[in-house]
Design a protein around this ligand. Structure first.
Ligand code: C2O
Ligand code: CU
Ligand code: CU
Length: 428
């Protein structure tokens, strides 16, 4: 439904049986009973209101990951929507075209509720992007990649529930599945034309990191990331994605013959965890798409303008009887604010890890300044999630715009997040 100013969507969170493994039924929690949830295609600058009705037996919170969203609609982890109730999330979408996703964000239960299926794509388009000759329509394909494990009856039990005594501690590293799913299907196959395709890759896994590559060979031309289009395309033989990260890549199947098979593989996995999906080149076809040498103008945030530098240390530990993951020595506490950036202010945030942590900021897209002391090369890129590798410092620069209020920064390893590796900042 739409009116002069707003597009409206309604999603109902409910349990449903999905057909994921051959001959078996899998109970999922889905937006509209689907896993992944319906893909919402929205327009930048156009107010979009999503009414989420909770028909599950547990509270939920929905967050638009990558959204530049006022605090009351950002899905703060304690803004619960109880069973049998609903909430309208309003997104002004005052932001660039980008591949976003929505997912559950309930405090202590995000890992479990996303695992059960509460996640979907939210694609923001704009005129700048629409004017480019990139592959579109049927050849613009969002691919949600996540791993799950199944019991013999087809169910998808979550092993690290906070209720299971001690169970959570057994999953300090995060929950990994042994089957890789793409858009909810194991090892799917897509028939393609001999033409360029745009694949919007999303790592929606709780904890698994991927390095995606084509086999036997092929180039992935990256045109976008978390925060939309890059300034210029970058051709690579692999793309690394930590949980929460996205990459927009172009693959040209004209490099292959009709009848050939091309695989998308995970170089960090072995056996079944190396297999992601496959393409079958089915026919010759006309292709009017192109990859322009210049994609977008990407402003470089100047670190010299930063008013403040803040340090955040991501580590494990125990604090007041809490065993888990900490930021600056503290577990998440919704009553505490850890940083108060000023609206409009540029800041440098210095993030330091013990083991690997994909760190995600709500509200405020950032640019990576340095990784392990090395200045980032190449043109600037907007991101909302950055992977800290083991014992590493990553410096980011960001500018807090749009809204005052409370938001979170957290590790996007969802078990780390649920084990309290999250911190509130308030834009003042
Ligand atoms: Cu994708 Cu705070 O989350
Ligand atoms: Cu987010
Ligand atoms: Cu982490």
């Amino acid at each position: 439904r739409s009116d002069a100013t707003t597009d409206y969507y309604e999603l109902t969170q409910r349990e449903a049986d999905a057909q994921i493994l051959p001959g078996l039924r899998t109970r999922v929690w889905g937006y509209d009973g689907r896993f992944p949830g319906p893909t919402i295609r929205a327009r930048a600058g156009r107010r979009t209101v999503v009414r989420v009705t909770n028909a599950l037996g547990a509270p939920t919170v929905t967050h638009l990951h990558g959204g530049h969203t006022p605090p009351e609609s950002d899905g703060y982890p304690t803004d619960l929507v109880g069973p049998g109730t609903h909430r309208d999330y309003a997104f002004p979408l005052d932001q660039r075209a980008s591949t976003l996703w929505y997912h559950d964000h309930r405090m202590d239960y995000t890992g479990q509720q996303v695992w059960r299926g509460l996640a979907g794509f939210f694609l923001v388009g704009d005129e700048e992007e629409a004017a480019l000759p990139l592959p579109s329509g049927e050849r613009d394909v969002p691919l949600m990649i996540c791993d799950r494990s199944f019991a013999a009856d087809g169910s998808m039990p979550y092993p690290a529930s906070p209720e299971g005594p001690g169970a959570r501690e057994a999953f300090m590293g995060g929950v990994l599945g042994d089957v890789i799913l793409v858009n909810g299907a194991p090892w799917p196959s897509l028939g393609v034309d001999r033409a360029r395709y745009r694949f919007r890759l999303l790592n929606a896994s709780n904890a698994r990191v991927y390095e995606l590559a084509l086999a036997p060979a092929g180039r992935l031309v990256r045109v976008g990331g978390d925060g939309g289009l890059l300034a210029a395309p970058r051709s690579a033989d692999r793309v690394r994605l930590a949980p929460g990260e996205r990459a927009d890549v172009i693959v040209d199947f004209a490099a292959h013959r009709v009848g050939e098979h091309v695989e998308l593989r995970n170089l960090l996995g072995e056996g079944p965890q190396a297999r992601v999906m496959r393409f079958t080149v089915e026919r010759d076809a006309r292709d009017d798409s192109a990859i322009p040498a210049a994609l977008s103008r990407v402003e470089a945030l100047d670190p010299a303008r930063a008013a403040v530098t803040r340090d955040f240390e991501f580590s494990s530990g125990s604090m007041n009887g809490h065993n888990g993951w900490l930021i600056n020595g503290k577990p998440f506490d919704a009553r505490r604010v850890d940083a108060r950036p000023k609206l409009g202010q540029v800041e440098i945030w210095r993030l330091t890890s013990d083991v690997a942590h994909p760190v995600h900021l709500h509200l405020s897209p950032f640019q990576v300044l340095s990784v392990g002391g090395e200045r980032t090369a190449g043109p600037p890129e907007w991101k909302d999630t950055v992977e800290l590798r083991e014992a590493q410092t990553v410096e980011i620069v960001t500018r807090f715009t749009g809204y005052r209020g409370r938001y979170v920064m957290h590790c996007h390893n969802l078990e780390h997040e649920d084990m309290a590796m999250m911190s509130t900042f308030e834009v003042v």
